[in-house]
Design a protein around this ligand. Structure first.
Ligand code: TSB
Ligand code: ZN
Length: 639
């Protein structure tokens, strides 16, 4: 028999007889953790054999491809369990996904929670039996006959589209599923199993076809991994801003209003107003001038800027009025440029920093809309800094410092910086002036170096007008989104022929820095709700204290306390319901009110309040002034 040479990634090589299995190679390499192998670049079952020299890579659950196979085999196990419990079930498709796997199945009704429990238990049983998973290839006609007999109409439909003469199946125990593979060598590799949810799914995603029932699940080699996953899932649910936004009455969406168009309810609007006042006041101390510009603009403005060419798919279509074409504003920059152009500017005037809480409208595809994280109408904490080329670095640094200062106040420390540059190969999207790109990008890199900041390079992530630095944060669901952004732009000044008179008396071209510190109010709100899990710090809380009268006869004193605190600028309300005090306390907890002030006979007589803090529990009775001092201090320190 012929010998073959097998090479492993560590450089070692071994001789084998032709026909050696990949499982044998894994055993010899002491790799009991291997799930599947790559032989000469092709993914293969461990049960597969080699008949020529090969470089072999053994893959485990820790590698994306290994995990994919693991979850794919888990989907088969799910189908096997379903067929064992519901022999009449018709199987459709069952692929691995980012987090686990699903299987679409037709049992003529949706699966319920009890079904899931039974199926999950059966999967565990089948995995414990540790059945071999074997690949079999059969002629296509035979496969058709088999599936006809079984009445597996969805499989038949899939089979009809396969042109090959032979079709591969995977068999474990008596269960067979048509599949390309590869798969795990045996079911016992699947250890920790959880079925997560069900949903309806149309066959082939076509709403005119059958409605199937989809079961989602996840599996891991170790129980701790499953526990950790479930914990993260619960944490994501607990923090999900869409759920909290409803529960805490912060914002809402309405079908009649349209997708991606949020309503800011009084409590959410209060938080937003605090954020807006905070950032505008801060910017006014840093040399920004705040302006207002319209939500509509003539289309020609965006033709000059280039947005119409490069950003059109995110814009609402133009409307015709009085012979003019108007569009909803998708970006504020051209408006601020118009403001810059109102005066002749000299080098002494620069930098000019024009800021606005600018409303923007963007057509985002409906599949991408996620609560307040991604909406279609939004308000951006926007500014455009018009400066001389020699001022870019220092202005950029000032913006980055401002971001850091604001993040500290909001207690945001978990973020990443993305430096997005243009892709020189993408000649379609990016303007062709390589020199401009080089200048802008090296300025940005130098500034970052001087700030001693490390960033993650994203080639091809730049805007059409220039490179940028984005602050990236993670949503509760684990998705990465940009919050703050700083963008260097040499292009729009050119397109709009912007000028300033330099020391030499001649007209020169300024540079624009586009920047947003707290992003759009919508995205920041979504982020903060999840970040604080609904427990806004006192300075941001929509309702800072609630006064709870024990009985109706304490209502008057409660109102006096409220008026006193309100005059001091605090956001206070009285619970005027005739519920029992324990119920009122519970309600205050659910609504995450930072302080509850309970007032009864004793408090009313002595001018005191009994304080219950969200963070520290019962603080007992104290004079109103003492409480006032405490809360004032907490607000100023933003703690
Ligand atoms: C900074 N012209 C620049 C501005 O001067 C600009 O508009 N940049 S942007 O397109 O990157 O948007 C700025 C920020 O708005 C993004 O970083 C992101 O945080 C936020 N944002 C963008 N699109 C949406 C959206 N659909 N929903 C919520 N927030 C969004
Ligand atoms: Zn801009």
């Amino acid at each position: 028999m012929e010998r073959i040479t097998v090479r492993l990634p560590d450089g070692s090589a071994r001789e084998y007889a032709q026909g050696v299995s990949l499982a044998q190679i894994a055993r010899d390499a002491g790799r009991s953790d291997a799930l599947v192998a790559k032989a000469n670049g092709t993914l293969r079952d461990l049960r597969a054999t080699l008949d020529q020299d090969a470089s072999v890579e053994l893959l485990t659950f820790d590698q994306p491809e290994g995990r994919e196979v693991y979850w794919h085999s888990s989907a088969h196990l799910l189908a096997q369990a379903v067929k064992a419990l519901f022999p009449e079930a018709k199987l459709a498709i069952g692929p691995p996904i980012d987090d686990g796997f699903y299987y679409d199945i037709d049992i003529g009704r949706p699966f319920g929670p009890e079904d899931l429990e039974r199926i999950e238990a059966r999967m565990r049983e089948l995995a414990k039996r540790d059945q071999p998973i074997e690949r079999v290839e059969i002629p296509r006609d035979e496969a058709i006959t088999m599936y006809r007999q079984m009445g597996e109409k969805y499989k038949l439909e899939l089979l009809e589209e396969i042109p090959d003469a032979r079709v591969s199946f995977y068999r474990q125990d008596g269960f067979m599923d048509m599949c390309r593979g590869p798969h795990l060598p045996q079911t016992g590799a699947i250890k920790a199993i959880k079925l997560l949810s069900t949903s309806g799914a149309y066959w082939r995603g076509d709403e005119h076809r059958e409605m199937l029932s989809r079961i989602y699940g996840i599996t891991f080699p170790r129980q701790e991994q499953l526990d950790e996953f479930v914990h993260q899932l619960e944490e994501a649910k607990r923090r999900d801003h869409r759920r909290l936004g409803k529960e805490l009455k912060l914002f809402a969406f309405a079908d009649e209003l349209g997708q991606g168009l949020p309503l800011w309810l009084p409590r959410g609007a209060m938080v937003r107003r605090i954020m807006e006042n905070y950032i505008v006041d801060l910017e006014l101390t840093r040399g920004y001038q705040h302006v207002y510009t319209p939500d509509l603009a003539a289309l020609k403005l965006y033709k000059i800027s280039g947005h119409w060419d490069y950003f059109r798919e995110s814009m609402y279509p133009p409307m015709q009025v009085d012979g003019e074409e108007l569009v909803l504003k998708p970006m504020v920059c051209p408006h601020h440029i118009m403001i810059y152009k109102q005066e002749q500017r000299s080098y002494r005037d620069l930098p000019v920093r024009i800021a606005e809480l600018g409303r923007m409208y963007r057509y985002e595809r409906s599949g991408t809309l996620t609560g307040l994280h991604r909406v279609r109408s939004m308000t951006l904490n926007d500014a455009h800094i018009f400066c001389r080329p020699d001022q870019v670095k220092q202005e950029f640094a000032a913006v980055v410092n401002l971001i850091q200062e604001v993040y500290q106040e909001f207690r945001i420390s978990d973020y990443r910086l993305d430096l997005s540059l243009h892709d020189p190969k993408d000649r379609q999207y990016y303007h062709q002036d390589e020199e401009l790109w080089m200048t802008a990008e090296s300025l940005l890199r130098e500034a970052l170096d001087e700030l001693r900041l490390t960033s993650n390079l994203v080639v091809g992530g730049a805007n059409f007008y220039g490179p940028k630095l984005d602050v990236q944060v993670r949503t509760a669901a684990g998705k990465v989104e940009s919050l703050s952004t700083v963008q260097i732009d040499f292009l729009l000044p050119r397109r709009f022929e912007l000028e300033y008179i330099a020391e030499d008396g001649k007209a020169h071209r300024p540079v624009i820095i586009h920047r947003a510190i707290i992003s759009t109010m919508e995205r920041m709100m979504a982020f903060l709700i999840e970040h604080f899990a609904g427990d806004f710090p006192l300075w941001l809380a929509p309702e800072q204290a609630r006064i709870l009268p024990i009985a109706d006869r304490h209502l008057e004193y409660a109102r006096q306390v409220r008026d006193r605190l309100a005059r001091e600028g605090l956001r206070v309300e009285v619970d005027q319901s005739n519920e029992r005090i324990s119920y009122k306390v519970r309600q205050g907890q659910i609504e995450r009110v930072p302080y509850m002030l309970i007032v009864g006979d004793k408090e009313a007589q002595s001018g005191q309040v009994a304080v219950r803090s969200r963070a520290s529990g019962d603080l007992g009775p104290m004079p109103l002034d003492q409480f006032l001092n405490r809360i004032r201090q907490e607000v100023t320190s933003k703690s």
